[in-house]
Design a protein around this ligand. Structure first.
Ligand code: MG
Length: 446
């Protein structure tokens, strides 16, 4: 049985096993105390354990004196934006993101509307070992609700200055949206309709019955690919259950791969506003080619959206994100936001009068191979030590795990922050070469 994963990214486990309501209540209470017992906004994705988790989290927060605002079923970026635009001391998004139904988790949001910066998150993690100081009956917080958070999020996206909303509307794009019955159902179809699209909804009931494996990878999006072809749509969008990752299917019914979501967004935004790009060490080297085209630089951070968002804020970068389909558009906020990404992609299509496949073809193509190795949690560190031994003598970057920098390829090996696995990412000039490199790594490490 896997352990409860407690990290700077939050607390994640299998519901009823490692993550029980009592555990959720305790961690929420600690977060409430950490947030100076102020007001906390709580939203959740659609998964079936959401209501049980929600009540446990709220109970923990109220019982340490926090006032709680229930945002209902909303995307994670909606929670983040709601916190930023309010006087709240923080927020909790109850979601296990792209993980399957048996998982749930809490993502902790700081008062600035971003996930906790790693140094603060570390302090929170340290506080988990202390006893909870509950308040008396007369100090218990109040619970209220706010049903307008999604509306405000939509308005902020529609106000991105680079969007020519009228031009997008004129195009009447036919779009299939696959929300995997996650929280996307409450925001994505509405956004697309407000951008004048003919919307074909696929799995847009936010009922938590995930229609396919929820991670928006090409292999999980066959239904969307077919629907785009059958409906002769201009494109298809897919999101993960908490709507911070975006994948695209082009008009031929081909999933173009989640790396291209960010690359396309970079190309469009840089054509509107110049500035350095920020992305993580595991994202495509095509960003460097795009940056060169516009005469700007790429800054690479550790994996984890908070590292990218923090750096973007520091540099006032106009666009950045993560290659897993995580687009960060600072005009909305410094966090990954799939609905904002959809609006940017549609704006790009409208501006160029090109098809999705044509825009994709304009981006330099490299080929990824990604794999993971499941490791016993207490063996994770020794495997990473082995990586260093195995690749001794190679040019490496140790900002985050080990990145081996080769001639026309790179290999990035790191521990996941959320699961007991080692992630292996390779990018090179051919799929065959990348796959060979992954197999070589796995062989050397097993
Ligand atoms: Mg997610």
């Amino acid at each position: 049985m896997s352990k409860l994963m407690v990290s700077v990214s939050g607390v994640r486990g299998i519901f009823g096993e490692t993550l029980t309501p009592a555990i959720a209540q305790k961690y929420a209470a600690h977060f409430g105390i950490f947030s100076k017992r102020g007001k906390i906004l709580v939203g959740r994705d659609s998964r079936t354990t959401g209501p049980a988790m929600f009540h446990a989290v709220v109970s923990g927060l109220l019982s340490v004196g926090c006032d709680v605002v229930d945002l209902g079923i909303v995307s994670t970026p909606t929670v983040l934006l709601a916190v930023e635009d309010s006087d709240a001391s923080g927020g909790i998004s109850i979601t296990a993101s792209h993980n399957n139904s048996q998982w749930n988790a809490m993502k902790f949001v700081g008062e600035n509307g971003m996930f906790l910066f790693p140094e603060n998150a570390q302090k929170l993690v340290e506080s988990f070992s202390q006893n909870v100081n509950w308040v008396g009956w007369d100090k218990v917080g109040k619970l209220t609700s706010d049903e307008q958070a999604t509306r405000r999020h939509l308005d902020k996206i529609l106000a991105i200055p680079y969007l020519n909303v009228e031009k997008i509307k004129q195009k009447q794009f036919k779009v299939v949206i696959d929300s995997v019955n996650g929280a996307g159902g409450v925001i994505s179809p509405k956004l697309l309709a407000e951008l004048g699209c003919q919307v074909i909804e696929l799995n847009c009931e936010p009922n938590g019955q995930f229609a396919h494996t929820p991670e928006p990878l090409a292999k999980n999006l066959k239904q969307l690919e077919t629907a785009v072809k059958e409906n002769k749509a201009d494109l298809g969008f897919a999101t993960d259950p908490d709507v911070d990752r975006l994948a695209i299917v082009d008009e031929t019914g081909r999933c173009i791969g989640e790396e291209f979501s960010l690359l396309l967004a970079e190309k469009f935004i840089l054509s509107q506003k110049k500035g350095d790009i920020v992305t993580n060490l595991s994202s495509s080297m095509a960003s460097e080619d795009i940056a060169e085209e516009f005469g700007v630089k790429v800054h690479r951070t550790k994996v984890g959206e908070i590292n990218v968002g923090k750096k973007m804020k520091e540099l006032q970068s106009p666009i950045g994100g993560e290659g897993n389909g995580g687009i960060i558009c600072p005009e909305v906020h410094y966090t990954r936001d799939a609905p904002a990404g959809m609006a940017i992609i549609l704006a790009y299509l409208a501006q160029t009068d090109k098809k999705m496949s044509e825009l994709t073809a304009e981006i330099p193509h490299y080929y990824f191979a990604k794999d993971k190795m499941e490791i016993e949690p207490d063996m994770l560190d020794s495997i990473m030590e082995k990586v260093e031994r195995v690749f001794v003598g190679h040019k490496t970057d140790k900002t985050d795990g080990v990145k081996i920098l080769g001639e026309n390829y790179w290999i990035h090996i790191r521990k996941s922050g959320t699961e007991p696995i080692i992630r292996i990412y390779v990018e090179s000039e051919s799929t065959k070469r990348s796959q060979e490199l992954v197999e070589e790594v796995k062989e050397k490490l097993s």
